[in-house]
Design a protein around this ligand. Structure first.
Ligand SMILES: *[C@@H]1O[C@H](CO)[C@@H](O)[C@H](O)[C@H]1NC(C)=O
Ligand SMILES: *[C@@H]1O[C@H](CO)[C@@H](O)[C@H](O)[C@H]1NC(C)=O
Ligand SMILES: [Cu+2]
Length: 175
C-alpha cells in the first residue's frame, strides 16, 4: 500500500513536470516578435476582408429570363455583411411588367416558388436608381431570393430566383 502511494505521488510529479516542459516546448515563439505572438500586432496581423457590394446579375441587373441561379453559383461565395444590390426599373407606361424582391423561408417554398410563404423585401419601385440594397447580416444563413411578380411566374419560368449561404468573412494577412 505505502509503496503504491509513493509510486503514485512520483507519477503525479512526473506528469506535472512533463506538462510544464511540453508547454514551454509547444510555444517557442511566444511573444518574441518573430511572428508567433498573440494577439497578432495590428500592423502585420490578419485582417478581415472588407465587405463588398454585388449587383445581382451584374450588368444584366434584375430582369425576366436571366438565369440567376447560375449567376449566383458563378459569383459566390457570398460572405456575411456583403450587400446585394437589386436594380430594376419602376412601373411606368413603358414598363408594365415590373419586378420585386421576395425572400422564401425555406428551401421547399423556394423550389416551388410558393409566394404564400414568402416575405416581400423590396416592392416594384424599390429597385430604381442605384437599386435596392440588401445586406446579408446573418452568418451561416441560407437566403432564398426571388421576384414575386405574376404569382410566381417570374420566379419559375422567368428564372428570377437564387439561393446562397452567407459564409463567415474571410481573413487575409498583411492587409
Ligand atoms: C457585420 O457588421 C456589423 C455592423 O454593421 C458588425 O457589428 C458585425 O460584427 C459584422 N459581422 C461580421 C461577421 O463581420
Ligand atoms: C415601395 O416602398 C417604398 C418604401 O421603400 C414606398 O415609399 C413606396 O410607396 C412603395 N411603393 C409601392 C408601389 O408600393
Ligand atoms: Cu420579375
Amino acid at each position: 500500500m505505502a509503496m503504491a502511494m509513493k509510486f503514485g505521488r512520483a507519477m503525479v510529479l512526473v506528469v506535472i513536470a512533463s506538462v510544464m516542459m511540453g508547454a514551454s516546448l509547444a510555444y517557442p515563439g511566444w511573444n518574441n516578435n518573430n511572428g508567433y505572438a498573440w494577439p497578432p500586432k495590428q500592423d502585420n496581423g490578419p485582417t478581415e476582408v472588407p465587405p463588398t457590394k454585388v449587383v445581382v446579375g451584374g450588368s444584366e441587373n434584375w430582369h425576366f429570363g436571366f438565369d440567376y441561379s447560375t449567376w449566383a453559383n458563378k459569383n459566390g461565395p457570398f460572405y456575411v455583411n456583403d450587400t446585394l444590390v437589386f436594380k430594376y426599373d419602376p412601373p411606368s407606361d413603358s414598363n408594365t411588367h415590373p419586378h420585386s424582391v421576395y425572400m422564401f423561408p425555406s428551401f421547399w417554398s423556394y423550389m416551388r416558388c410558393d409566394l404564400r410563404r414568402a416575405t416581400m423585401v423590396a416592392n416594384v419601385s424599390d429597385g430604381a436608381g442605384d437599386g435596392f440594397e440588401f445586406k446579408l447580416s446573418q452568418k451561416w444563413k441560407f437566403y432564398f431570393f426571388a421576384c414575386g411578380e405574376s404569382g410566381g411566374f417570374h420566379c419559375s419560368t422567368g428564372k428570377m430566383r437564387f439561393s446562397l449561404v452567407s459564409l463567415p468573412r474571410p481573413w487575409k494577412w498583411h492587409g
